[in-house]
Design a protein around this ligand. Structure first.
Ligand code: ADP
Ligand code: TRP
Length: 358
């Protein structure tokens, strides 16, 4: 691994299959980054434990995410890929860093309030974002069968540790993770100031030069997302994929030449722009403009063009999933590399905090 390049680190929770949004919004960018930076990409299985309680499902998801990363072009000869729980140093660092993290600041984190609400079965409506006190009361008063686990509260500490342990300079993440990154910066600064050291690097979000992609769903509005149930997965077989695209929401069609696009149609064009030949996109844009467009044709074309992207990836995923030895080798190499830096950071942090041999 080339040491003079800046370290980039990103993690993904193994909570299901990867979809086109993950592919264009994250994975394809990681593939570019691996050419220019010293990258570590990891599978955050310990973070997944904060919401996943099915052991077999967790194990399956770790394998499938790994295969999907590799199949999408993440190259283990260029970057380190590892599973978070294969680096036990992180768990000790998590314990140590937690001594410098406030319960209050964790409770105010948006993702915590959201997930705590879900655990308690509260809707957003009867518990608004500003309503910190009421969510706190609900958490403290919750019966044991509806508890909010402590791991959920300290989720940001573990994420900070993932980043700080590797001395990562850049962390490419989506918008929903920016608050966690800000907390990481704060914890790093606080630790350094408290002990008068320069142990941790304050990381930044990696800004890609190009405009951020938002891959839309097939349901007419919003972005493609696991919880929205509107995804095209990289592993979808052609039959499933074609069916999903043919069922995408449309409108009644343009009534006058050069009409503006409704949201569902604009979304289909956005997907087309990502996957189709520019000349094909233009042909359908022209057909829309002169009202000769047939949405059935557009969807058929779109499905075939998406399949051109996903089919080779799906085939590689299946090959990789059939090769446990290969997956083990990739992860062992990744874990070795991650443990090297993490154990050094841990030794330094123990010493700084006064955990020293007599
Ligand atoms: P999901 O919303 O399906 O749960 P995640 O939040 O796990 O997906 O996202 C993992 C990564 O994929 C993030 O970097 C996020 O920005 C990116 N991503 C997810 N959905 C999309 C989308 N529809 N368009 C662009 N990027 C996306
Ligand atoms: N919290 C991130 C998510 O849900 C996953 C994650 C865990 C992560 N540790 C990280 C991302 C460290 C970047 C860096 O998407």
């Amino acid at each position: 691994m080339i040491k003079d390049k800046e370290v980039v680190l990103s993690g993904i929770r193994p909570t299901g299959n990867l979809h086109l949004g993950n592919y264009y919004g994250a994975l394809s960018k990681f593939v570019r980054l691996q050419e220019t930076h010293d990258c570590l990409f990891f599978i955050a299985d310990l973070h997944a434990l904060t919401t996943n309680t099915d052991p077999d499902e967790l194990h399956r998801n770790v394998k499938s995410i790994l295969a999907e990363y590799l199949a999408a072009g993440i190259d283990p000869d260029k970057v380190s890929i590892f599973v978070q729980s294969d680096v036990p140093e992180l768990s000790e660092l998590y314990l140590l860093l937690n001594m410098h993290v406030g319960i209050g600041e964790l409770m105010r984190t948006a993702s915590f309030k959201d997930k705590a609400r879900q655990c308690l079965g509260l809707s957003r409506e009867n518990c608004s974002d500003s309503d910190d006190e009421s969510i706190e009361k609900e958490i403290i008063g919750a019966s044991t069968n509806k508890r909010v686990c402590a791991g959920l509260l300290t989720y940001p500490t573990l994420m900070a540790v993932d980043i700080l342990a590797q001395k990562a300079r850049w962390v490419p993440v989506g918008k929903d993770q920016l608050q966690h990154l800000e907390l990481t910066r704060r914890f790093a600064r606080r630790f350094n100031q408290f002990y008068g050291v320069e142990e941790f690097i304050e990381p930044d979000n990696f800004e890609f030069g190009d405009a951020p992609v938002k891959v839309p769903g097939l349901d007419g509005s919003g972005k493609m997302g696991k919880s929205e149930g509107n995804c095209i997965y990289l592993v979808d077989d052609p039959k499933v994929l074609r069916k999903k695209v043919m069922r995408a929401v449309t409108d009644e069609g343009p009534k006058e030449p050069n009409s503006p696009l409704s949201e569902p149609i604009a979304n289909l064009f956005t997907l087309m722009e990502l996957t189709s030949d520019p000349a094909v996109v233009q042909q359908f844009r022209d057909a829309y403009a002169d009202c000769s467009i047939r949405y059935g044709d557009l969807k058929k074309q779109l499905a075939e063009d998406i399949l051109k992207v996903t089919t080779p990836i799906r085939e590689r995923i299946n090959d990789i999933l059939a090769d446990d030895d290969y997956m083990r080798r990739v992860l062992a190499r990744g874990a070795d590399r991650a443990r090297q830096q993490a154990s050094q950071t841990l030794a330094e942090v123990r010493h700084i905090m006064g955990i020293r041999k007599i």
